[in-house]
Design a protein around this ligand. Sequence first.
Ligand code: EPU
Length: 307
Amino acid sequence: MVATQLKLQERLQGVVKGTILNEEPLSLHTYFRIGGPAEVMVYPADLEDVKVLLKVVRDDTIPLLILGSGSNMLALDGGVRGLVINLSRTFLDLHVIGEQIRCGAGIRTSRLLALSAMNGLTGLEGLAGVPGTVGGAIKGNAGTPLGAIIDHLDWIRIVDGLGEERYLTREELNPGYRHCTLPMGSVIIETCFTLRRARVVEIRGMISTLLARRNLTQPVEGRSAGCIFKNPPGDFAGRLMECAGLKGIRHGNAQISEKHGNFVVNLGGSTAAEVLWLIERARIEVMAKTGVALELEIQIVGSPIAS
Ligand code: EPU
């Protein structure tokens, strides 16, 4: 690990304008507040930095993790080898042009939603309470039953793994439930949404209703990564977890939420291993009691033990 780290640091020093961090704890960068160190983490200063980083990754075959705000991620205790590009402070432009919003990929979904509401533009209310960066939300087509982020997307601009800038339309992303197809190793830079006009008060009302419902039904005050599993066709992972008697069970400092069965909460000082144990137990028990194979919604990254 040390040898790669020195090599990678050496390669990046003076070449990248952004901030370079070594052995940076991922627990500081995930909503779970869990995760071992990232060997090297970089906050790119701009598009040029991203291109340079992708070139280094390509040339030296370095493992790459692209990180937004870490809201939908479980980073394992052994940490992540190679390079983590942290995009939560880059690409922050945000403009309204008529009924369109052009939005940098590093903007928070909450800011995008607030801007659309303020300008009387409707369509993005499904994002109410969904945390994360717009780039990360697009990657997982985040949303709620009211709608997902790609529903009103026109196009995104990316840098692909070969360092080329490209535009991709909504159709080219092949969006599905909590999923879309992005070229391997690509970084989203900019996004464009076309929305519809509505009264500000109506949009704000819809958002408030959704947020109030979320506060009532989800452990919003706890450290979690949102819903752990995707909803299986025609059913709800939370309901199945409840049927399997899993709500409230604890392992170490991790707990399946008493409020919503599809959330695991870090009660304080939990490890990724403890969360994983609960996830596996849930999968096994739900399968045994209901015959449904639950599929993960969150992204699991890194190694269980340091390498
Ligand atoms: N339910 C239970 N027990 C539980 C939890 C839920 O019986 O412990 C039942 C509810 O009573 C309801 C049904 O399951 O009949 C659905 O529950 P809920 O309305 O809470 O919605 P969900 O399907 O569990 C989805 C999204 C959430 C999003 C909410 C907004 C997925 C996997 N989850 O949850 O998204 O916030 O709708 O209503 O699509 C996320 O993506 O991280 C996330 C949390």
